[in-house]
Design a protein around this ligand. Sequence first.
Ligand code: FAD
Ligand code: MLT
Ligand code: ZN
Length: 455
Amino acid sequence: PGNLGAAPPRLPFSRVTQEDLAFFKTLLPERTITDPDLLKSCNVDWLKTVEGNSEVLLRPKTTEEVSQILRYCNERNLAVCPQGGNTGLVGGSVPVFDEIILSTSLMNQVITFDNISGCVLENLSNYLEERDFIMPLDLGAKGSCHIGGNVSTNAGGLRLLRYGSLRGTVLGLEVVLADGRVLNCLATLRKDNTGYDLKQLFIGSEGTLGVITAVSILCPRKPRAVNVAFLGCSSFQQLLETFQCCRGMLGEILSAFEFLDASCMSLLKKHLKLTNPITESPFYIVIETAGSNAAHDEEKLHNFLEEVMSSSIALWSLRERITEALTHEGYTYKYDISLPVEKIYDLVQDMRGHLGGMAKNVVGYGHVGDGNLHLNITSPSKDPVLLAAIEPYVYEWTSEWKGSISAEHGLGLKKRNYIYYSKPSEAVALMGSIKAMLDPKGILNPYKTLPDHIH
Ligand code: FAD
Ligand code: MLT
Ligand code: ZN
């Protein structure tokens, strides 16, 4: 059926006029950017695979400014692309055509100990660590991504196994709706069953239902003892057995169980000069424990492992920098799949057989603890023949095993039309009704998340 991830035709939104610019410049003097050089990086995604053509970047500082922008755009029928750190991996964070880019980069205040939106994740982590707390999520993009972007994509990351998804740790949100109304659901309560939990609608909605302007989030205490171990496994079966054993023996202190295959290790070495600290193996595991009693945790870990301890930062780099290493190989086709954990590597092996010599690399890594595989396929440049061999094959395979075609990255532009592989048509239709109710003109992040026939 062709490349369903490609951009659809432009919808009939208004185009930005001189009067519109005058309005924005009055509202946001110095923070209405039209210089093409400054706009360039905001028009291209992190992977450099999707490029828009926006001529205006707005950088509000307050919720009231976001509200005025959206009220105006809604009246004028101007499309808007909300943007955080622009680290999204599915083409959701950049305009497809000339949508106005609404950046949260200046909405970076820690209002109290809790309410935040455009804050860079790593800055928040540092802020909290000084106060003996941590963020309940951690990802390789922490130096750039924003908490508002994380919530909008419902990002998973490296600690989900321990602290759960943002659907549980986000206690409240402030959201500006398409028509400028401000929805204040910024609760900080652990329990609140007063009717529908509206904030859940915005978590993972990828900027299509509202702009998140503040977040309150439940932060765990900083663990007193953190240990990281790096292991090699001779087969995926052995890796799975190690996972089961690990769960049993480490129990509540296990905070991450991540894997990479030997192909990832070669790329880390080739492009980033990272060295393998242990004997070469077909698979590698990064295990992290986080507990309150160092002696107890270490004893547990030592009982469990004939481990190789080294600097935990160096060990984590081997897992966190795979995404970066892959970008040096040319064009990367990225798949982010949830499956029953015992099936996850079958997909990588099956894909290698299916593609034969067509791809440069077919690699697997991901979050074993969450049954989440990152299957990445590279080629020297964009290759429509390769793409046609991968899609919809990869989605059919996933659907057959009742998996999710997007475990944690969202659908964005690239995967919007494949939603039916993971969601029944009744559910997609209901999503369409919700979108129509909250954003009747469809100005918020058009062409993203929902399949084309719904926009
Ligand atoms: P952007 O990329 O700017 O935007 C992402 C989406 O959210 C877009 O659709 C955008 O329109 C929307 N959006 C952004 N801000 C707002 C807002 N305030 N209100 C409404 N909508 C908004 N993801 C994972 O789940 N787990 C990982 O482990 C992980 N690791 C990564 C590692 C690397 C090296 C990279 C580059 C990416 C990784 N990602 C991961 C992908 C990614 O989704 C996250 O990086 C992150 O959550 C995106 O945040 P951002 O601020 O960059 O958002
Ligand atoms: C990861 O787990 O490393 C991220 O989700 C990024 C990626 O999939 O490359
Ligand atoms: Zn991931």
